[in-house]
Every structure is written in structure tokens, then in C-alpha cells.
Ligand binder design. Structure first.
Ligand SMILES: [Mn+2]
Length: 286
């Protein structure tokens, strides 16, 4: 395990850690909860990246990325999301100063809902992981870090939501972000986070592979993907899945950042909306 204390988190929104994996043979006819659920999904913020620039340009990039993250937090609050998911690569690397960590922690603490975070390949949970250091600065009470490499489920009983993820240690061909996924549980919203590459290539040359069969076979309501910086709907079978895209226009191949607003409705199931975030020029002109 890690050195972070979950004691505080267990009291927040009634979240508890659940190591059990209950078989659920009736998952194909899983009943939806009677309670709706609103999620904001982000990933690939890459805080502290300089995008290979130096000097003033690097500093401008750093500020753009911070503004993009702050914009996501504000969006989640404005939309009254029940959960905010960060599907990996919050940081561009594990070389993060205390000041930058404090910025991230303060922003997360500004969110009015639980924030669930998994590491990605840029901020992998290896020997140099930045995440144990969060404890030194005081982990925000609403931050639920998923740091178990084998995967773990967080339960939010008041939201009727179960959120599964696993921590990436190494971005490799052996690592499968959805391996060991806990079976879905009837009567709950079953949500997963996964940081890796959606691909159907069978050559095994790509790292951290996620396949259509894994998503379709999950029986989950929503799979929040991270790694690819542009929004992409990858719903498969009865499971809705998407890359949120990066919120930071500076990192995006298109001219604006994005996030995904996920609506889980008892009657109609899961729908997603792409939210376009301010482009780089717009941010700077404010
Ligand atoms: Mn990545």
C-alpha cells in the first residue's frame, strides 16, 4: 500500500474502500440506481510541462496549464457534478515542486465534490511517484487517490456509485489498464478510470492497451479514459466510454481544450456531452 491515509477520505461523502470483488452473474440485466449521477471527467492536464520551451514561453505555458486545470474545477462546481474524475497525467512528470503540488492540492480542495484520481504514464506511481508526497502537504479531504497497482474500488454510497481504477507503475506492453477490473454491481453506477491507448492492433507493440472487447465486456456504465489528448467517444456495447481530451489548449491538437460531462440517468442510462474549454488565445485575452 501507500503512505497516504484514507482515514479522512472515508468520511467524505461516505466513501469507503472496498477490496472485495463480488461475483455478479446478473450484470447484463444490472438494475440502474434510482438516483441520477453527474460526473465531470478530465485527464492529461500535464501540469508543470514546459512543452520543451524555455524562459518566458515556458512560464506562460505553465500558467496556461494551471488556468486550464482551474477552469475544470470551476466547471465541475458550476455544473454541480457529484464526482470529478482525473484519468491520469495530472502532472507532466514526477519532478514536481512543493509549490506546484500545493497549487494542485488547493485547486482540488476548491472542488465541491469528491475528486478521484489515477496516475498516468507521465506521473506513474513508481519509485519516483509524486503522490506519496501529497501527504506531506495535507491531502485535500475530497481527494481520493487510487494508488493500488492491482486496482481498487471506491464506494460512494450516497451517490450509489462505485469507482474502480488501478495505478500505473510502468507504461509497458505488459500493463493493461483494465486488467483486474472488479465485476459491476447491480443497483450501483459502475464507473472505471483507465489511462492507456485504445487500439485494436494485435501486434502487442503498444503500451497500456485498452481494447473494445475490454470496454464492451466490462458491464460498466462509464469508462473514463485518459492518454489521448483529443475527445473521442469510444462507447462499446452497453458501456459508454470516452477520452475527455486535455483541458489545456496548449496540449491539444485542436484549438481548444475539452472535458466530458457525463449524465447517468435512472431511466435513460448514460449520455455524454463534450464541454469545450477556452482556447489559448481566449485565456490570454481575459
Ligand atoms: Mn498519458
Amino acid at each position: 500500500m501507500n503512505r497516504l491515509s484514507y482515514a479522512d477520505q472515508e468520511t467524505f461523502a461516505g466513501a469507503t474502500l472496498d477490496g472485495q470483488q463480488m461475483p455478479n452473474p446478473g450484470r447484463s440485466s444490472a438494475r440502474r440506481p434510482s438516483r441520477p449521477l453527474r460526473i465531470l471527467h478530465t485527464a492529461d492536464v500535464h501540469l508543470e510541462s514546459d512543452i520543451f520551451a524555455a524562459g518566458a514561453q515556458a512560464e506562460r505555458t505553465r500558467q496556461d496549464l494551471r488556468q486550464a486545470f482551474a477552469a475544470v474545477i470551476q466547471l465541475a462546481n458550476r455544473r454541480q457534478a457529484d464526482l470529478l474524475l482525473i484519468a491520469g497525467d495530472l502532472f507532466d512528470s514526477n519532478r514536481v515542486t512543493d509549490e506546484a503540488m500545493a497549487f494542485a492540492c488547493n485547486e482540488i480542495a476548491n472542488a465541491l465534490m469528491p475528486v478521484v484520481l489515477i496516475p498516468g504514464n507521465h506521473d506513474a506511481h513508481d519509485e519516483s511517484s509524486v503522490y506519496p508526497s501529497f501527504a506531506r502537504l495535507g491531502v485535500p479531504k475530497n481527494l481520493c487517490l487510487i494508488l493500488d497497482p492491482q486496482g481498487q474500488t471506491l464506494e460512494f454510497p450516497q451517490l450509489r456509485a462505485r469507482v474502480w481504477g488501478r495505478a500505473m507503475r510502468e507504461h509497458s506492453t505488459q500493463y493493461r489498464p483494465l486488467e483486474g477490473l472488479a465485476p459491476p454491481v447491480s443497483g450501483w453506477w459502475n464507473i472505471a478510470l483507465a489511462h492507456g491507448l485504445f487500439t485494436e492492433d494485435e501486434d502487442g507493440l503498444r503500451s497500456s492497451r485498452i481494447t473494445a472487447a475490454e470496454i464492451a465486456g466490462s458491464g460498466y456504465d462509464y469508462v473514463a479514459l485518459g492518454h489521448v489528448h483529443v475527445f473521442r467517444d469510444l462507447s462499446q456495447g452497453a458501456t459508454v466510454a470516452a477520452y475527455s481530451g486535455t483541458p489545456a489548449a496548449a496540449h491539444s491538437a485542436v484549438d481548444s481544450g475539452s472535458a466530458v460531462h457525463v449524465t447517468c440517468a435512472p431511466e435513460t442510462g448514460v449520455t455524454i456531452d463534450v464541454v469545450r474549454l477556452p482556447g489559448r488565445a481566449e485565456v490570454q485575452s481575459e
